[in-house]
Ligand binder design. Structure first.
Ligand code: ZN
Ligand code: ZN
Length: 266
């Protein structure tokens, strides 16, 4: 027994992700289900129960535990709104649908990738990273699922006090942000991330349409938001719009910091 105990105590998680923690209340009606390996997963309460993004397939138990943490039952989950079709955002959707009848909303241009009508886009990856991604591939792979609600620009969702769909392509054709003017809340998906100690644009190696991504980021520049709920990294609960505009002026946001876009970025 002794040796087994030693084995257990010598185990250390590689990073903070994957720990089981209680959901964090961000603003009224919006919680972060913490500890997911894939994207951030936000739970929206108030008008039924919904998620914005759902992480990797392996995140399903964390979602179920997270919902329990806000005293909600997984069977009460009605909808997953996906910011785009990538496997780190919609991984458990097929399982949630099968087991709990959860519906999915995704932009109409990403729907054919989510439901399997079209093969997922190929990305430009440097050889050095290729092995890394091949090793991670089982994590990214997910079962396709039928899309119930095809989202479009300007559509209003009756969630968390009202969210407007902004079509912000580039990282994928049908990437969206969700915006609430009243409280200055922006769900940014992978268009704007906060992972490595600062704001970042979409990951270049996974963003096929650079020009569209630049236009989408420019759109955010003129948006009045205070609370940023990104697809990856820590949520920002105040002054997010100002931080974004400062990062833009400092040339920290790809692809607006490229020579071809930078003259118009500030
Ligand atoms: Zn993505
Ligand atoms: Zn992502």
């Amino acid at each position: 027994m002794k040796s087994d105990e030693n084995k257990l105590t010598s185990f250390r998680p590689i990073e903070k992700k994957g720990r089981w923690r209680l959901p964090k209340k961000l603003v009224e009606g919006i919680y972060l289900l913490e500890g997911t390996f894939g994207s951030n997963v936000y739970a929206l309460t108030g008008n039924g129960l919904a998620l914005v993004d759902a992480g990797f397939p392996v995140d399903l138990p964390r979602i179920i535990a997270g919902l329990r943490g806000i005293r909600a039952k997984t069977k009460d989950l009605e909808l997953v709104v996906a910011t785009h079709y990538h496997g780190d955002h919609v991984g458990p959707v097929a399982g949630l649908r099968r087991r709990y009848g959860v519906r999915t909303a995704i932009h109409r241009e990403d729907a054919p990738f989510a439901n399997g009508e079209r093969p997922i886009e190929r990305f430009e990856v440097e050889t050095s990273r290729l092995i890394f991604y091949l090793a991670l591939w089982p994590l990214f792979r997910y079962r396709n699922f039928p899309v119930d609600i095809f989202l479009e620009e300007g559509e209003q969702l009756d969630l968390a006090g009202g969210l407007t769909v902004l079509h912000t392509p580039g990282h994928s054709r049908g990437s969206i942000c969700l915006y609430q003017a009243k409280r200055g809340i922006l769900f940014s998906g992978d268009l704007l991330r906060n992972e490595r100690g600062g704001l970042e644009g979409p990951p270049p190696q996974f963003t096929p349409d650079v020009e569209a991504a630049a236009l989408s980021l420019k759109r955010l520049k003129d948006l009045d938001f205070d609370v940023l709920l990104p697809g990856h990294g820590e949520p920002i609960l105040g002054g997010a719009g100002d931080r974004f505009r400062l990062a833009l002026r400092r040339g920290e946001i790809w692809p607006l910091n490229l020579a071809s876009f930078s003259s118009e970025a500030g």
